[in-house]
Design a protein around this ligand. Structure first.
Ligand SMILES: [Zn+2]
Length: 395
């Protein structure tokens, strides 16, 4: 009955590394090999297939009602270097499995079904979620470095702008994905009903002290920017845990001047990235950071906002349908935010959007150890299949 595992394994024939990981970088030969595998599967299922300049593969299964709008499903086919089998490819395999089951049962839905295998969702020279941003018209043609990067792929900015499509003929977008975090695995729940994709707020914080001789400067007279930054990081980490248990803070980069063993650091610069569904939580976090900096008087701090990507919310009605579908297949479930970005984010700017998560063992993702149990993959496809059927019963 279920073939989602087989379809996923077939896609995994592209970009499989000897160590068990997968590398399908956007616009690479192994990426386009995966596109061909998906194209063949779509054609085998009787879908009308086309591929756009952005590298997205797109299949359409006509519905019986010419006035009904499309139910769109999708995810991405690219991976990070040495990534896993499941991230992205599972969502495409799940969507193909839905169409396969419809064909097998001889049912034609009223609504057309569309499937996208998106290119370049992962971090890359043209920017993440590139394929889904191209079709939703969310690529900024003046983005620094875009023209050169596209040129290296033999594409022009104008060709990408022309990939934008009309969504007046579409009803909604659904994405099935592995959680890529440890929440579902931790609590032993089978299905995540996603309520939205968290916002990402990123600051550059600089501590400015005074460089001096590491041997002659007494400890009490030092204005050490590294020590001040270390205090800020440790205290901010503590405050983050107090503000909200789903708020996350990461200090992922550090630069030190003059970066020498025998000189007290005079300047240290770090990135502070925070993510949450609600802007008030990230606002509270940056306010807490500002308060902490006032208590550290050996240096001055400069705080500069760099990125503020707002959260997107899943459609409440689609969330209810996903919840009902999960109940019907006897799955335990939990409403949760997505801490990772997805193609569902750009798509949510154009259409009502829903996402279904299945557990990731030990929360591992973007690595060769990424793993989800075959029965969990099947369960996710079951929930997607039933959700599509429920959506088809509506206008
Ligand atoms: Zn992904």
């Amino acid at each position: 009955m279920d073939q989602v595992n087989e379809i996923l394994a077939a896609i995994g024939q592209a970009g499989k590394n000897p160590d068990g990981s997968y590398t399908r970088i956007s616009f690479s030969p192994s990426y386009f090999q995966a596109v061909e595998i998906v194209r063949n599967k779509m054609e085998e299922l009787g879908m009308q297939v086309n591929q756009d300049v952005a590298g997205n593969i797109h299949g359409v299964l006509p519905g019986s009602d010419p006035k009904a709008k499309s139910i769109i499903m999708g995810s991405h086919l690219d991976t990070v270097p040495s990534g896993g089998l499941y991230d992205g490819a599972y969502g495409v395999a799940g969507a193909l499995e839905v169409v396969r089951r419809l064909k097998e049962s001889g049912v034609q839905l009223r609504h057309p079904i569309e499937i996208y295998g998106f290119n370049a969702e992962e971090s890359n020279p043209v920017g993440g979620t590139f394929g889904s941003r191209a079709i939703t018209g969310l690529v900024d043609p003046h983005q620094p470095g875009l023209e050169e990067a596209l040129q290296s792929y033999g594409r022009t900015v104008q060709e990408i702008m022309d990939c934008q499509r009309d969504f007046n003929d579409a009803k909604c977008y659904l994405e099935l994905h592995i959680e890529q975090g440890d929440h579902l695995d931790d609590i032993g729940v089978q299905i995540g009903v996603v309520r939205g994709i968290v916002g990402i707020v990123r600051y550059k914080i600089t501590a400015i002290g005074h460089s001096n001789h590491a041997g002659t400067t007494q400890m009490k007279n030092r204005r050490d920017a590294m020590v001040a930054m270390a205090r800020l990081i440790a205290q901010a980490d503590q405050r983050c845990r107090e503000i909200d248990d789903t708020l996350v803070l990461t200090v992922g980069t550090i630069q030190c001047w003059p970066d020498s063993e025998n000189v007290i650091p005079g300047k240290v610069e770090c990135s502070f990235e925070m993510r949450h569904m609600d802007a008030e939580k990230t606002d509270a976090m940056i306010q807490a950071i500002e308060e902490i900096t006032k208590t550290i008087d050996t240096v001055t701090f400069q705080i500069e906002k760099q990125i503020d990507k707002g959260s997107v919310r899943c459609d409440k009605h689609i969330m209810q349908l996903i919840d009902q579908a999960a109940e019907e297949v006897g799955a335990s479930r939990e409403v949760m935010p997505s801490g990772a970005g997805h193609d569902a984010n750009p798509m949510a700017h154009r259409l009502p959007m829903g996402m279904i998560f299945v557990p990731s063992k030990d929360g591992l993702s973007h690595c060769g150890e990424e793993w989800t149990a075959p029965e969990d993959l099947t369960r996710g496809a079951d929930v997607l299949y039933r959700t599509v059927q429920k959506l088809d019963q509506e206008d």
